[in-house]
Structure formats: structure tokens, C-alpha cells
Design a protein around this ligand. Structure first.
Ligand code: CA
Length: 235
């Protein structure tokens, strides 16, 4: 469950957003102007913000700039008017994570919001890492190259295998869900249910990675109903 701040001055839209997102399992706090949004952001902890740009007292753009200086990692989705192309560009430049143009469907909002919250929960892996194991060959990954090695030997990986491996490695010992993998593969929400990336395809990638990681002392475990977890004999 995420705690969301909903900043929107249109009463009808704000109430609808709150009702839908509460029903989707989130905890929501509404604000109807920029000033009250700021004081809520100071007094409470949020996992994400839905921010309308046209707001009374303090504008959404001002709130966004103010917010980025204080809480740089807090995910923000801005709501912009249909013809507000400048707003959208300005908002993204000011550090919004995503935007929705009004009018939008609740389904689209939930998909975008879900993806944004997952990205925030699983920060992109950008460093290098060597996993300590009791295996005969240690796995080392470097996201800057990007490349992975098993002992002295470099691993041949496709782009999707690389994305899957770096996700598992950077969250070793934690469960990675199917949705997390699809996000890492930059699939659109819902795409995974189609023919493109079915669960069989994901199983195939997992199987290939397991073979490539033989002798590494690492295992990719199926966690039934939840996803996959990379485990090391030495973790
Ligand atoms: Ca407005």
C-alpha cells in the first residue's frame, strides 16, 4: 500500500481520484491548493504525488520545483491540460517522473501510477557488483559497461537477459515479481499478458540464465505466486 498525495483543485476530479485510488488499495490524502500541498509534504511522509499544475495560491509548477529541492526521490506524476504542451515539457524538466493529459482514463492513471511507484521502489542498478559465493566462479556485473563475468570469462547476454540478471543481482535475496521484470524490460503495462512476453517467455529467460550461471554458486529460485529470487550459497 502506498500513501499518495492528491493535489487537484477540481472538487469532482479530486473526489473521483481519491475514491478510485482508495479502492485500488492506496492510502490517499487530498489537497485542493498548492499551499496546503506544501504543508502536507512537510508534515507527512508520502510514497508518491499526483499533482495538478493549475492550482490556486501556489501553482503546481512552483510546488514541483520546491518539492524537488527537498525530496528529490519522491515520485511525482503531473496532470496537465490537453493543450498544455509547454506545461508538460516544463514539468518534466522540473523533475516530474511522468505526466497525464486531461481528460484521462482511470485505467491509464492506475497503470502509469503503478509503474512510477515500482520504478521508485526498484531504483535502476547503475554500479558494479561482485557476488560473494562458495561457487567455483564468482559472478561480477558492471552496469556501466554493461557486462557480466563469471570468473574471468565474460557472459554472452542478450539485452533482456542482461536486464533480468542485473535486476536479480541488485536485489539478491529479495523477491522480484513478474511485473518488476516487465518493467525492467520496458514493456508497457499489460503488454506481458499478450503474446509478446507471456509467462512462458519469462520462464525461458530464467532457464537460460540458470544455465549461464552454472558453477557460480548462485541459484534463481521460483517463489511460487510471487516471482523469482537470486540466492547465493554465501548470502
Ligand atoms: Ca486545476
Amino acid at each position: 500500500m502506498s500513501h499518495l498525495l492528491i493535489v487537484e483543485d477540481d472538487d469532482l476530479l479530486r473526489d473521483a481520484l481519491c475514491a478510485q485510488l482508495t479502492q485500488a488499495g492506496h492510502m490517499v490524502t487530498p489537497a485542493s491548493d498548492g499551499e496546503s500541498a506544501q504543508s502536507l509534504l512537510v508534515s507527512s511522509r508520502f510514497d508518491g504525488v499526483l499533482l495538478d499544475l493549475g492550482l490556486p495560491k501556489v501553482s503546481g509548477m512552483e510546488v514541483l520545483c520546491w518539492l524537488r529541492k527537498r525530496l528529490p526521490a519522491l515520485p511525482v506524476l503531473i496532470l496537465t491540460a490537453r493543450d498544455g504542451v509547454d506545461d508538460r515539457v516544463q514539468g518534466l524538466n522540473a523533475g516530474a517522473d511522468d505526466y497525464l493529459t486531461k481528460p484521462f482514463s482511470m485505467a491509464e492513471l492506475q497503470a502509469r501510477l503503478g509503474a512510477m511507484l515500482r520504478r521508485a521502489r526498484l531504483p535502476a542498478f547503475g554500479g558494479s557488483l561482485e557476488l560473494a559465493t562458495e561457487g567455483t566462479r564468482r559472478l561480477r556485473v558492471d552496469a556501466k559497461v554493461p557486462q557480466a563475468w563469471l570468473g574471468d570469462e565474460s557472459l554472452e547476454l542478450t539485452q533482456r537477459e542482461w536486464a533480468l540478471l542485473s535486476l536479480l543481482v541488485s536485489h539478491a535475496g529479495q523477491v522480484i515479481s513478474r511485473e518488476d521484470v516487465l518493467l525492467a524490460w520496458q514493456c508497457e503495462p499489460g503488454e506481458g499478458t499478450g503474446a509478446g512476453v507471456g509467462s512462458n517467455a519469462l520462464e525461458v529467460y530464467i532457464h537460460r540464465l540458470r544455465r549461464k550461471l552454472a558453477d557460480s554458486g548462485l541459484t534463481i529460485r521460483n517463489v511460487r505466486g510471487l516471482g523469482y529470487m537470486l540466492e547465493s550459497t554465501a548470502l
